[in-house]
Design a binder for this molecule. Structure first.
Ligand SMILES: Nc1ncnc2c1ncn2[C@@H]1O[C@H](COP(=O)(O)OP(=O)(O)OP(=O)(O)O)[C@@H](O)[C@H]1O
Length: 769
């Protein structure tokens, strides 16, 4: 509902007054920051000077160490306080531009007067401790997002509260001026949302704090569930909601939660960059981000891990596994079998390997097996492994003691100069020893220990267990479903072994192999992480999700995805998925939230995209008008490329970025080869972290989670998208477009488009001569 001029004037007067106070606070904070910066400089300089003191004299060195530790902590504290002030300066700068976006008038049951509260990206309290602006994450602010006028409830740390919501007002304030202002009964009225969405562009994702919708708010403020699953259609704000959720959780658990105790699994590196500004714009630090490929590679040092994209590309020409094998190996049962195998494995079946030093066996496999077999059979695998390690380290120490008196060691000691001798003494002083013999023995041990470091590391890192051999043994005895032919399984096992010989591991083996290694060696768990978020979860196998759960045993999980955008496998209903996950994750508090409204694209684009889906009816388009998607028909490759260039140039007159999306890398390369001779274009690669403006070409899997002003789908012919199998691909491409969508077909258009209601798109035919 529009508001009167007079009301607008009154609100503007308040905006001006608040901004004045913010400006005064900004000035004070700037001064504090300057001061803090000077202090950090001094401390850092001091630290630098001390750090380079001559540490030759042993006694000096010990003292210097303690002093340096203290100074290092001082530097860290100074840097941290400066960082906090810097963040405050940033927050105040944003508030100066737009101090708030909402107002609620509430009447508490036991208060005589109604209260008027303003809500913004951060709190602002005046010198008399009056809240001029409430943080959007404060308990009372949830009324703004959730409630319609009348009695409303909201959660506080002290329990549920009730109040009466009398008025809800939205503002769009820019550069201190109220641009728009509405009273509304809805969550956030369409007027403001339309204006925000119409202006969006694709360089960086924006925060949505001013226009969060009710269902999105449920995701953001859920502090109850151990497993929160969000099934949301393309463009429904899943990613936006996770980022807001992270900001909310950081606020909610400020005392016990740090940004680096949350990990977001993102679909690709471009995406990581694209969303990198959202949390800083809310005054928060970014969480950790990792792609699945990065996560797995870090755990398989020395092996090349197949990426999802590589598998997708190779599957198109030469599938490495049958669907039955894939279903089996990627499921929960397979992971459970790994678990049982590890827990039931008798010591004599552990696949140990010799620890070799200088080409000779230092500890033999038989010796290690004998150690394992002497342990109680009922021991947990991780305890058993630790015991073996400890025994080996004890034996290593004994050998060091023995070796310390060998002639070769004495020869080295005789030739040591003073400096080297002092270095070997380390923290000890000469007077610490009872006799010179003791001192020489000590030095000898130091020399041998250094020499045998490799052996120690091998024991410490558990290299004496050949986990690949062990996994191969597991594969050999696993209980397989009848759908898998014995010959196919033998082929699979052979492929695993050959891969390892060449230092490669297939994606399908990663999760079970890591689980096996972790259980048998008691490693791999990170108990510090409190929250894990997985975006585009439809691209993860259940086995992978279970491994992630195993790796972060104390974390709460938020999994977000869209089963319709499954590029790499079939579609599954959200309810079924939740049940499967709940069982597999073994959690009590699981929650499913479904988002059906799509905000990214114009109504015309969303209507086109949803019609591609067999069950797209549930998707609601947001009413933002634009042109109909255009299908361009061309009849040979050359004409198609020329048509593409014309369209690219046409789109560039409207927008800054045009994305040419293809189904695979080969087509992207082909298109790029042509375009680069006629315009400035960039071919995006898996390793890219940033995206230039202009024309960008990429296969759809690299565009996951991203959005573009204009999208041109290159070659939507019947050859490229022949049947229902390709629906996910085509839908994902179409739903990347915010404002303009063009689909170019070489020859007959895909039956998936042909069957659509012709009013959903326009058609441009090539004139045939
Ligand atoms: N409440 C909102 N207010 C303003 N903009 C919104 C809102 N919700 C979503 N959007 C916008 O809609 C677009 C799509 O959001 P987002 O990328 O979070 O969706 P998604 O569900 O993760 O999409 P996909 O699955 O297709 O990758 C973004 O531009 C986002 O800023």
């Amino acid at each position: 509902m529009a508001t009167s001029k007079e009301e607008q004037q009154q609100e503007q007067t308040r905006v001006d007054a608040v901004i004045e106070q913010i400006k005064a606070r900004s000035k004070q904070t700037d001064d504090l920051l300057d001061k803090a910066h000077r202090e950090t400089d001094v401390i850092q300089k001091n630290y630098g000077d001390n750090n380079s003191v001559n540490t030759f004299e042993v006694d000096d060195r010990i003292e210097t160490n303690a002093e340096l530790q203290q100074q290092k902590q001082m530097v860290e504290r100074a840097v941290e306080s400066e960082a906090i002030l810097k963040r405050q300066v940033g927050v105040l700068k944003d508030l100066r531009n737009s101090p708030y976006f909402g107002r609620i008038d509430i009447q508490d049951p036991d208060e005589p007067d109604a209260e008027r509260l303003y809500i913004g990206t951060a709190s602002f309290v005046d010198d008399e401790q009056n809240f001029l602006v409430y943080d959007w994450r404060a308990p009372i602010s949830s009324v703004y997002y959730n409630g319609t006028l009348g009695d409303v409830n909201y959660q506080t740390p002290a329990g549920e509260q009730t109040t009466e919501l009398l008025k809800k007002r939205q503002f769009q304030i820019e550069h201190g001026e109220i641009k728009n202002m509405f009273d509304t009964n809805e969550t956030v009225g369409d007027e403001i949302l339309q204006s925000v969405l119409g202006e969006q562009n694709d360089a960086y994702m924006q925060n949505i704090v001013a226009t969060i919708q009710k269902e999105q708010n449920d995701i953001i403020r859920d502090t109850y569930s151990d497993l929160l699953v969000v099934q949301g259609v393309a463009g429904s704000g899943k990613t936006s909601a996770i980022l807001q959720r992270i900001a909310f959780l950081l606020y909610h658990s400020r005392a016990s939660l740090e940004a680096d105790q949350m990990v977001l699994f993102s679909p690709n590196r471009l995406f990581s960059h694209y969303i990198s500004e959202v949390l800083p714009s809310l005054g928060e630090r970014n969480m950790r981000q990792v792609t699945l490929a990065e996560f797995l590679s870090a755990r398989f040092q020395g092996l090349t891990v197949e990426s999802l994209f590589e598998r997708y590309e190779s599957d198109r020409h030469d599938p490495q596994t049958t669907p039955a094998i894939r279903d089996f190996q990627e499921g929960a049962d397979f992971m459970q079998q790994v678990d049982h195998y590890c827990h039931d494995l008798p010591a004599e079946d552990l696949r140990f390997t010799n620890i070799v030093f200088n080409g000779e066996t230092f500890f033999s496999r038989d010796e290690i097996t004998a150690i394992a077999m002497a342990l109680p059979a009922a021991m947990q695998p991780a305890d058993r492994f630790l015991s073996i390690k400890n025994t080996l380290i004890k034996r290593l120490k004994r050998r060091i003691d023995h070796e310390a008196q060998a002639d070769w060691v004495n020869d080295i000691i005789d030739q040591l100069n003073d400096e080297a001798y002092h270095d070997l003494l380390g923290d000890k002083r000469r007077g610490d020893f009872q006799s010179l013999d003791d001192e020489v023995f000590y030095i000898g041990k130091q020399i041998v220990t250094k020499r045998l470091r490799q052996v120690y590391d091998a024991i410490y890192n558990g290299y004496f267990l050949d986990t690949y051999e062990q996994y191969n043994d597991f594969l050999g005895q696993v209980d397989r479903p009848d759908t898998i032919e014995p010959a196919a399984w033998r082929g699979r096992m052979r492929a695993f072994r050959t891969g390892i010989e060449y230092h490669n591991v297939a994606l399908i083996d990663c999760a079970p192999l890591l689980l096996l290694r972790d259980i048998l060696t008691g490693s791999g768990e990170n108990r510090r992480m409190q929250y894990i978020f997985v975006d585009e979860m439809q691209d993860y196998s259940l086995a992978q999700l279970l491994y992630i759960k195993h790796a972060f045993p104390l974390a709460k999980f938020t999994l977000l995805g869209d089963s319709e955008q499954a590029l790499f496998k079939g579609i599954e209903l959200p309810k079924q998925l939740l049940e499967r996950l709940r069982d597999a994750f073994n959690v009590r508090r699981a929650n499913l939230i479904t988002l059906n409204k799509s905000y990214r694209s114009t109504m015309q684009i969303t209507n086109f995209a949803k019609a591609l889906l067999p069950d797209g009816d549930q998707i609601q388009a947001f009413t933002r008008e634009g042109a109909l998607p255009k299908v361009m028909m061309r009849y040979d490759d050359e004409q198609a490329l020329q048509g593409l260039l014309t369209e690219v140039n046409h789109q560039l007159t409207n927008t800054k970025t045009v994305a040419v999306l293809t189904k695979d890398l080969a087509t992207s390369k082909h298109v790029y080869q042509y375009l680069k001779h006629h315009t400035v274009a960039t071919l995006m690669a898996d390793s890219d972290r940033t995206m230039p403006q202009g024309v960008i070409v990429m296969p759809i899997y690299l565009a996951k989670g991203l959005e573009f002003d204009a999208v041109i789908a290159y070659d939507v012919s019947a050859t490229a998208y022949p049947d229902e199998q390709s629906v996910g691909l085509l839908y994902t491409i179409a739903s990347r477009a915010m404002h303009h969508l063009t689909l170019l077909s070489i020859g007959d258009v895909s039956p998936l488009i042909l069957k659509l209601d012709p009013t959903l798109f326009s058609i441009e035919h090539q004139v045939r001569v």
